[in-house]
Design a protein around this ligand. Sequence first.
Ligand SMILES: Cc1cc2nc3c(=O)[nH]c(=O)nc-3n(C[C@H](O)[C@H](O)[C@H](O)COP(=O)(O)OP(=O)(O)OC[C@H]3O[C@@H](n4cnc5c(N)ncnc54)[C@H](O)[C@@H]3O)c2cc1C
Length: 521
Amino acid sequence: MRLLERGKRANVTAVGEAVTAELQFCFPIVRGRYLGWISRAVTLSLWAEVCNLAENSTFDLAVIGGGPGGYVAAIRAGQLGLKTAIIEKDDKFGGTCLHWGCIPTKALLFNTEVYDTVKNAREFGITIKGFTLDWEAVQTRKNKIVKKLAQGVEYLLKKNRVEMIRGFGKLAGPGQIQVTVGNAPGRELSANNIMLATGSEAKMLPGLKPDARTILTNKEVLSLKKIPKSMVIIGAGAVGVEFASIFHRLGTQVTILEMLPRIVPLEDEEVSAELEKSFRKQGIEIFTQARVEKTTKNPKGISVEHSGPDGKPGRLDAETLLVAVGRSPNTQGIGLGSSRVQLERGFVKVNGNMQTDEPGVYAIGDIVAGSPLLAHVGHMEGIIAVTHAAGQPVEPINYLHVPNCTYCEPEVSSVGMTERQAREAGFKVRVGKFPFSANSKAAILGSREGFVKIVSDGQYGEILGVHMIGTRVTEMIAEAVVAMRLEATAQDLAHAIHPHPTLTEAVLEAAHAAVDEAIHI
Ligand SMILES: Cc1cc2nc3c(=O)[nH]c(=O)nc-3n(C[C@H](O)[C@H](O)[C@H](O)COP(=O)(O)OP(=O)(O)OC[C@H]3O[C@@H](n4cnc5c(N)ncnc54)[C@H](O)[C@@H]3O)c2cc1C
């Protein structure tokens, strides 16, 4: 640091002298004692400028990455009175979630839900003639929502006095960050605490490269100029099945290829089976235990050769291919090599306070090893890291209490252990299940698919996991999260009065089923 100061001092003096010499050259009248004064004044004002810059470039916390993890952390840091900077390489704050994930996909999903309702209006006694879907208007609505929310993020950062810095940030030594914009020389920042929140990118299959029309990831698919006639989706995790619902409802012929034996493979097995049954009924084609062998682009789109569990070959021709096979952490090129930060398959290892092995460096969000890649997890990890950096006590996240939501149709949500996981963990499991076909609100909404399933400990009744599939279940899972956080039993839930008629009564009935008998079945 002292060397840096000395370097700056030498440069400033040299610049001061050069400016004075230039003045002397242009105005030969500037001579003698005036020259000395001018030289000193120029040097002093330049030095003041540099000191000011250095002062402005020293922070309590500098966050690299302005996604939901990073910006929430920066806002909280501002609220706690920390002098905070946030560095973002893209022109907008909000990250994957706001620009390429949670928000635009859910905006499209809602549009297609409305479209679907209009198509089925007759069921509700309404006849609608001659309606069409205006894809451009759908895209405009989605973009407007994203833009408004992005403006909201910047407003909140400003309001909390967070300095927003555009550029690519990387660690440049203990407490140091270098920020570059293109090839321009970098700005150096000093920070007592640094938070890595650089997020993730879509994984690609070897040999495939996304383009704007045929081979797509979650990014390109959001800006398609027209609705494709057909789409093969590789991967049946949350991203794959959400896009399957969007495009199926838009009229695209959708086929899913999943390498594992079931779709939404992280969910409870009964939920996977129910979703697969529903998708097949809707007309979405599904191949599980399917291996992609070869893809070939052609003038009409793409052909995908695959093989089944018995090695039997198959071939699918489609206008578009969506690759949804997971995410890779953005941990390359950010200066981790010369730090003590430890990686695990590219993801950053942290402790319960979100601290890495490099003193003063935290990591949060999608780049964290073993943490679910979800915006609400990034939010909470950011808050924990900042609270710790501010010297306040923190409670580490219990990752068993993280809700998972998949916004396909029917929706899927869950928290805690699946039935299989609970049994494998040695619990004497007791399951309570209630179908939406017996729920009055589901009948009113005309969506009777799915169920609520509660996995509880047979000995003490503690709720170990809750699994839901059906309409609006992503709005219902928070109740289960709170119940599990408070170590509630199935009995507790069964005694909590739920309003009638609501979909949440299915939770109450599932709890009744877990302790005794459900009433309405
Ligand atoms: C299609 C899709 C749908 C999703 N839907 C949901 C959902 O409904 N609910 C949910 O909870 N999650 C959802 N997710 C996941 C969610 O988007 C991520 O978990 C979340 O965005 C991760 O937040 P993050 O802050 O860790 O990283 P990101 O959101 O990826 O943000 C990282 C930011 O850092 C910036 N950056 C990277 N490197 C640098 C650098 N060196 N210097 C400066 N800036 C840098 C990036 O430009 C980016 O803005 C979805 C994801 C996808 C792909």
